[in-house]
Design a protein around this ligand. Sequence first.
Ligand code: HEC
Length: 119
Amino acid sequence: MIMPMPTPHDIPIAAILAGGLFALFLMGTRPAGAADAIDPRQLENFVLQDCGSCHGMTLKGGLGSPLTPENLTLFSHDDLVSVILDGRPGTAMPPWRGIVSNAEADWIANFLKTEGPRP
Ligand code: HEC
């Protein structure tokens, strides 16, 4: 009786397949990791441009209230993160969830609380 024995060259093929799957796995996970990375320069620009379109280009107020550290003393860090992510229902302040990640909202809240826009 003839048994289908694995020939020696079957083993490298299996190894290559496994390696390929592992590479696909790495490729699949990398973009998610990159999306969590914070790019402060890009975020600062985003805040000044996109938030600035309502809060003023220097964030000192426009349609939206001033986003200066002095004006935000009554807000905790978490208050700011939730206003940024969920907006203010019934006002022009839109929700940014999906546009900014949680980590980015965290960075923006910190930026507004501490550094704020330059004069
Ligand atoms: C389409 C206009 C608009 C845009 C764009 C906008 N906001 Fe607002 N935002 C408002 C308005 C209007 C209010 C005041 C809401 C109210 O009356 O309670 C507000 C309120 C806020 C508040 C609460 C401050 C306070 O004193 O009530 C924070 C914090 C805030 N915005 C952050 C941001 C950030 C950060 C961005 C950018 C990611 C942004 N906003 C983009 C319109 C906007």
